[in-house]
Design a protein around this ligand. Structure first.
Ligand SMILES: [Zn+2]
Length: 147
């Protein structure tokens, strides 16, 4: 184990299958499985508003982090694009597929009493302290944040 993981670690977006969850539980049992949930319309708004710079990789959002000039990267001046994966019809399908694939994983962690489902509709500024507080309530030791 790396020294930066000695106090614990977060796996973001993993496990993605029941089989992975079961395997993880054998070699590195999780303390909490955090499930950040938002309704479809919120997810679609968040993802479909995302714009990326094909040149420097900067990420924007039309509502929450717009570039100074519409459609133009603040950093390098390139024309911003919406990735194919971020188009509404693709996001809608991904959302549906996600609900199907996540269900057995949620049931797995639910049975182990390790599932923490949080409604993540609010802004990150509100959500982050809320999630830290909830995690601290589930964990014995307070969390040490790196930033
Ligand atoms: Zn750029």
């Amino acid at each position: 184990m790396q020294p930066d993981c000695s106090q614990g670690f977060v796996l973001d977006g993993y496990p993605r299958t029941l089989r992975q969850a079961e395997a993880l539980e054998v070699f590195a049992p999780v303390d909490v499985a955090l499930y950040l949930w938002a309704p479809k319309n919120v997810v679609i708004e968040r993802i479909c508003g995302r714009r990326v710079c094909p040149r420097c990789g900067a990420i924007y959002h039309v509502k929450w982090k717009p570039p100074r000039r519409e459609g133009v990267c603040d950093i390098c001046g390139a024309h911003l694009i919406r990735r194919i994966d971020d188009r509404p019809e693709v996001v809608e399908k991904r959302f549906k597929d996600h609900l199907i694939s996540i269900k057995p994983i949620l049931q797995f962690y639910g049975k182990l009493k390790k599932l923490l489902r949080v409604d993540a509709v609010e802004d990150a500024k509100i959500m982050i302290p809320k999630v830290i507080k909830l995690l601290e309530e589930m964990l014995v030791e307070p969390l040490a944040c790196s930033d």
